[in-house]
Write a new protein. Structure first.
Length: 315
């Protein structure tokens, strides 16, 4: 019997990989979302666990973390299995009890299943307990811990965003399909500017990937294109450098040109079809960079093209 393999999307991957970027994020998130105290690890190690047996059924957690805490004996460590779910998947859900039992038996320590969702309906589905047994004779009940739009806080306080950038990113990618996303992205963009530019650029890119193919991703790109923070300049420069190194300078130019048009639209600045074609037809990256730097401050399209004769804009 043949089966179709569905490749995970970048959005799917980021929702579980985010917990590998900050050792303490899981413990902090559980405290903030569920008001439950869990031991904060002093070290978190990713386990590359393949739980597949001889039978051709793949059993593998999206991310499996071994948390080591400052304690001795049985309470010195615990395991967190992080599963990312965009839609319902009954076949995957049926394997969760096996993963928990396998890891508990192998490592002889507590195991927690965390399911991350960006859709409220998926979060409600994932939260349903899984019971194995007969009516009145249930021998095993698995209750997943679920982070979704219905319980992860919407971070719109700049103070909160600056205090915990990673949790703010978790808030953004969880609410990536929500009308509340704009406020989260606005404070996140400012909060990242309080970090070192290289770290901030990494987090900004991580956020973009985590928003997936949603309107939120375009909002994030437009927001960054309209700002002049050092980390944004670095992020843009790195993107252009990578494009040139890969022979994709033309693609980078198209991306810069589209960013200019996107910001013009978001700011409500009128442009004719000819103006749009002129921007999209420009392949000169230095010119596009000047336009992108300028577009956040202008009030008319003429201001964007103020020195176009000197810049030799292509027809």
């Amino acid at each position: 019997m043949s089966s179709v393999t569905v490749m995970p999307t970048p959005e799917h991957e980021i929702r579980h990989l985010i917990f590998t970027k900050d050792d303490d994020l899981f413990a902090r998130a559980v405290r903030r979302v569920l008001r439950i105290e869990v031991p904060a690890p002093v070290k978190a190690s990713e386990l590359n666990i393949d739980m597949t047996e001889i039978r051709p059924i793949e059993r593998r957690g999206d991310t499996v973390l071994l948390m080591e805490v400052q304690a001795e004996g049985p309470g010195s460590r615990y395991i967190v299995v992080v599963e990312s779910q965009t839609e319902r998947a009954e076949d995957k859900r049926s394997r969760w009890p096996y993963m928990i039992a396998y890891l508990h038996d192998k490592y002889q320590c507590p195991v927690v299943l965390l399911v991350t969702c960006s859709k409220r309906s998926t979060a409600t589905w994932a939260r349903e307990p899984i019971q194995i047994g007969l009516p009145g004779l249930i021998c095993l009940t698995l209750t997943p811990v679920v982070f979704g739009p219905d319980n992860v806080p919407v971070i719109t306080s700049l103070e909160e965003a600056c205090a915990d950038a990673w949790f703010t990113i978790l808030s953004a990618i969880t609410h990536g399909r929500s009308t509340k996303l704009d406020g989260i992205l606005e404070v996140l963009a400012v909060a990242l500017n309080t970090l070192e530019p290289d770290k901030a650029a990494t987090l900004a890119e991580f956020t973009e990937i985590g928003l997936g193919e949603t309107a939120g991703r375009e909002k994030w790109r437009a927001l960054l294109s309209s700002q002049t923070y050092p980390y944004i300049s670095q992020l843009r420069a790195e993107g252009i450098a990578e494009g040139k190194a890969s022979g994709l300078a033309e693609g980078e130019a198209r991306g810069e040109a589209k960013a200019v048009v996107r910001v013009l639209k978001s700011r409500g600045i009128c442009m004719t079809t000819a103006d749009r074609d002129q921007i999209l037809g420009c392949a000169d990256i230095p010119i596009l960079e000047r336009w992108l730097d300028r577009v956040g401050a202008i009030t008319t399209i003429m201001e964007l093209f103020a020195d176009k004769t000197d810049e030799q804009i292509p027809d």
